[in-house]
Write a protein that binds this ligand. Structure first.
Ligand code: ATP
Ligand code: AMP
Ligand code: MG
Length: 194
């Protein structure tokens, strides 16, 4: 298996939870996958530049700085060693102080060079609930309307990405309590494209 799969979704939809399940499942089935969290790579780069900030405060930083770090992160991820398919846990957009900003603008998309984009979605009501009950993070937009708007933005940005990169989009639904099933669906999609 080789190549890169972008797995994106709005804050609190359950990307990291599902990708933990995917990692476990892939190991069980001896499928070579390397899961990389884009936010972790950016956080490390902020730290190296002398700014240790909470992961939920990176999006409040100056947009030029975020953009530079974002591009560096994409280059680092693109150089991931080994033969395993790389699965990138990230966002189609980030809500910054300057407005809605693409998570994979052209240069980032070119560096990542994905085979496919997978959007993780869920019902807006369930996402609002997950955001409200996850005390480990500071997520914006706690109500159902916010989640609905975010789901729309994610698809708009994914469409732009698909056109630029000429790759397909798959949507996987992360139902309440069904993260293991969502991971099975993901693995199936990934194996067909890598
Ligand atoms: P972010 O973009 O902010 O990193 P995320 O998409 O990675 O968010 P997670 O941190 O994985 O989201 O999950 C958010 C919350 O939702 C967590 O409390 C997690 O336990 C819960 N959650 C995730 N998936 C499910 C599910 N299928 N059923 C119930 N709860 C879930
Ligand atoms: P996450 O844990 O996935 O929410 O990521 C933490 C933070 O990393 C996000 O809130 C963003 O500030 C940042 N981040 C993640 N992916 C990207 C991306 N593709 N472009 C810009 N910032 C990102
Ligand atoms: Mg996450």
């Amino acid at each position: 298996m080789q190549g890169t799969i972008i797995v994106a979704g709005i804050p609190g939809v359950g990307k990291t939870t599902v990708l933990l399940e995917l990692d476990r499942l892939a190991k069980e089935k001896n499928v070579p996958l390397k899961i990389v969290n884009f936010g972790n790579v950016m956080s490390e780069l902020f730290k190296k530049s002398g700014k240790t900030i909470h992961r939920d405060h990176m999006r409040r930083q100056d947009i030029t700085l975020q953009s530079r770090i974002q591009q560096q992160a994409a280059r680092i991820i693109s150089r991931t060693p080994g033969k395993a398919a790389v699965v990138v846990d990230t966002h189609m957009f980030v809500k910054t102080a300057d407005g809605v900003w693409p998570g994979t603008p052209q240069k980032v998309l070119e560096a990542l060079d994905p085979n496919m984009i997978i959007l993780i979605e869920a019902d807006a009501e369930e996402i609002a609930q997950r955001r409200a009950t996850d005390a480990t993070r500071y997520r914006d937009g706690g109500n159902v309307e916010d989640a609905k708007e975010d789901l729309q933005w994610s698809r708009y940005m994914a469409s732009c990405n698909a056109v630029l990169a000429g790759v397909p989009i798959q949507i996987v639904h992360n139902r309440d309590g069904q993260q293991a099933k969502t991971a099975i669906d993901l693995l199936d999609m990934i194996q067909k494209r890598t």
